[in-house]
Design a protein around this ligand. Structure first.
Ligand SMILES: [Zn+2]
Ligand SMILES: [Zn+2]
Length: 314
């Protein structure tokens, strides 16, 4: 299962760490201050997902790469238009004469549109950007794939959906056959919908689709992170397309309802607006995040109350 941990304290900016059950690899959403993020966790981050580069979401990028350099790993950084230049500028602002070119490799994925991702590579010590290719998907590894929506926050703000891959369960008791390599062949046929594939069990050939009843598909867990966005129909249509029926979504609720005029002026959301869009998306669970730094604990409880009232209707 995918799990998220908010690594920022109240009045700190936002940073959310995402972990999966079967892997030591982590993913980090935004680089605000993150007092609760340990060095070990920062070192285990294999991909950073940046919503946008307002300072409250990007100021701790240096703190993260400081712990990653020397690992020799390839780390992915996904983000909005121009993210490659902003990463380059941050990296080039230090002196790297003692670091060699194998210390790390960043692969930057600049989100131009829903179907167009520019992929750059940048390495120490000179950190010169190299455009490698343009691809049509954002991110996929052995554990997860990541979908996204490009929201309006007076600048692009990327909302990410982390999806665990679907898994297939084999019902051994129901089969009556001896175990063998045919089980993995059958699973492959099931995953690729090869209904006519011949599966040999104990010397007899079976049509794959006649055995599909021995398998069940378990849909992977879906966890969303929606950072800064303006309240409005266009953003909400995009949110509903990508995050519909997700298991758990963290969503920016920067202002209290009584401050919704500030939300409008700053292209942000407010408590009940975020709760309502989560309800309309029919997500199973939703959590409001990223509150104005001037708010006290009681202001935050006010946000949570209004958010859950709109989301759950109580
Ligand atoms: Zn912002
Ligand atoms: Zn923000």
């Amino acid at each position: 299962m995918i799990q998220a941990e908010i690594k920022s304290l109240l009045r700190e900016d936002i940073s959310i760490l995402i972990k999966t059950a079967n892997s030591g690899k982590h993913y980090l959403c935004d680089c605000g201050e993150a007092s609760l993020l340990t060095v070990k966790e920062a070192q285990a981050v294999s991909a950073l997902f940046i919503s946008h580069t307002h300072i409250d979401h990007f100021s701790n990028f240096d703190g993260i790469f400081r712990h990653q350099i020397g690992s020799g790993e390839k780390v992915v950084i996904a983000g909005p238009k121009n993210i490659h230049h902003q990463v380059e500028a941050r990296l080039k602002s230090y002196t790297w004469n003692l670091i060699n070119e194998k210390a790390i490799e960043y692969e930057i994925r600049e989100i131009m549109s829903p179907e167009e991702i520019n992929v750059y590579v940048i390495r120490p010590p000179h950190w010169n950007l190299e455009l490698v290719k343009t691809q049509s998907f954002l991110f996929e590894d052995e554990q997860i794939k990541v979908d996204f929506a490009i929201l309006d926050h007076k600048t692009d703000s990327i909302a990410y959906l982390f999806q665990e891959k679907d898994s297939v369960t084999f019902h051994e008791e129901a089969s009556g056959f001896k175990k063998g390599k045919w089980i993995s062949e059958l699973k492959t046929a099931f995953e690729n919908n090869e209904i006519n594939r011949e599966i040999e069990i104990e010397g007899t050939e079976y049509k794959a689709s006649d055995l599909f009843h021995l398998l069940t598909r378990n849909e992977g867990y879906k966890l969303g992170v929606i950072m800064d966005h303006a309240v409005g129909k266009e953003n909400y249509e995009k949110i509903k397309t990508v995050f519909k029926e997700a298991d758990l979504v963290y969503i920016e609720s920067f202002y209290k309802d009584s401050d919704q005029e500030f939300a409008r002026l700053n292209y942000h959301s407010f408590a009940s607006a975020s709760g309502t869009v989560m309800k309309d998306c029919q997500v199973k669970e939703a959590v409001p995040i990223h509150f104005s730094r001037r708010y006290t604990e009681s202001d935050v409880s006010e946000i949570e109350t209004a958010f859950f009232k709109a989301f759950r209707g109580n």
